[in-house]
Design a protein around this ligand. Structure first.
Ligand code: PGA
Length: 291
């Protein structure tokens, strides 16, 4: 084990290692010093395709991903997720069966059924083979009137249907410039993810996506992102206790690309990435998965 890690360091690669396998505090400090990330959490690399890809294009992309990831090269410390548009879910589900790729959706409605023209329920998603659902993405907040209250309702209904919600939070540029980033995020977390059971509170995924970094080519520096991730985990500790806060995965999103992913993933409180643009090309997404 130690030999593998030392070899990896010599080769300039920084593996993720399980803290439980360390011999003691000295070893821990050594690896921390070397920048080796120590995590008990399985990373999640999630592709948010947004309003892109027809059925044919979805089939092509996911077949390509499946084939390129079928060589056993996805490390056991990470999960791979694609979130296609609704129209492609069922067809993608058939392709990802028996592969390392999991299926997610980009939104849902909180009512069970009825006269809600154009909406999709959690049960419909579950039935289509969905395991994760993105909730409260900033684009939904900005263009479709999503609020912390509707996020909260959706999150609970997703859990009731055994779908893991990925709840998005993040400040706008204006809010960051006015020094409001932390208070905005605190409210989004405190209201958006309130009211979970003990079991649910350990399974939730939160994505921190600074709005100013989405699709703009600007990323938060790894330090800026880490600061917010640690802050979210602190608030979550106050809400649900240390165990839950240590269990949940907090993803970073906003212009994650093959050339910045390693540095981002090296931060102790960053447990994965929610990726838009770079998830639309198989080769780029695969580089992210193999960060
Ligand atoms: P981006 O999008 O990677 O294109 O910035 C991220 C997101 O909105 O989830």
């Amino acid at each position: 084990m130690y030999r593998d890690i030392l070899d990896a360091i010599k080769n300039g690669k920084l593996p993720t290692v399980d803290e439980n396998s360390f011999a003691g505090p000295v070893a821990k400090e050594y690896f921390q010093m070397k920048g080796v990330k120590m995590s008990k959490r399985v990373s999640l690399i999630a592709g948010n395709w947004k309003m892109n890809k027809t059925v044919e294009e979805s089939v092509e992309l996911v077949n390509d991903l499946k084939q390129k990831l079928s060589d056993g090269s996805v490390a056991s410390d990470r999960e791979v997720l694609v979130c296609p548009p609704f129209t492609s879910l069922v067809v993608v589900k058939e392709i990802v069966k028996n592969s390392v790729i999991k299926l997610g959706a980009q939104n849902m409605y909180f009512e069970k059924s009825g006269a809600y023209t154009g909406e999709i329920s959690a049960l419909m998603l579950k039935n289509a083979g969905v395991e994760y659902v993105i909730i409260g993405h900033s684009e939904r907040r900005q263009y479709f009137g999503e609020t912390d209250e509707s996020v909260n309702k959706k999150m609970k209904v997703a859990f009731e249907n055994s779908i893991i919600p990925i709840v998005c939070v993040g400040e706008t540029l204006q809010q960051r410039e006015k020094n409001e980033a932390f208070s905005v995020i605190e409210k989004q977390v405190k209201v958006g993810v309130a009211g979970l059971s003990a079991e649910q509170s350990k399974k939730l995924v939160i994505a921190y996506e600074p709005v100013w970094a989405i699709g703009t080519g600007k990323t938060a520096t790894p330090q800026q992102a880490e600061e917010v991730h640690a802050f979210i985990r602190k608030i979550y500790t106050e809400m649900y206790g240390k165990d839950a806060a240590e269990s949940i995965r907090i993803l970073y999103g906003g212009s994650v690309k093959p050339d910045n992913v390693s540095e981002i993933m090296r931060q102790p409180d960053i447990d994965g990435a929610l990726v838009g643009g770079a998830s639309l090309k198989a080769d780029d997404f695969i580089k992210l998965v193999r960060y």
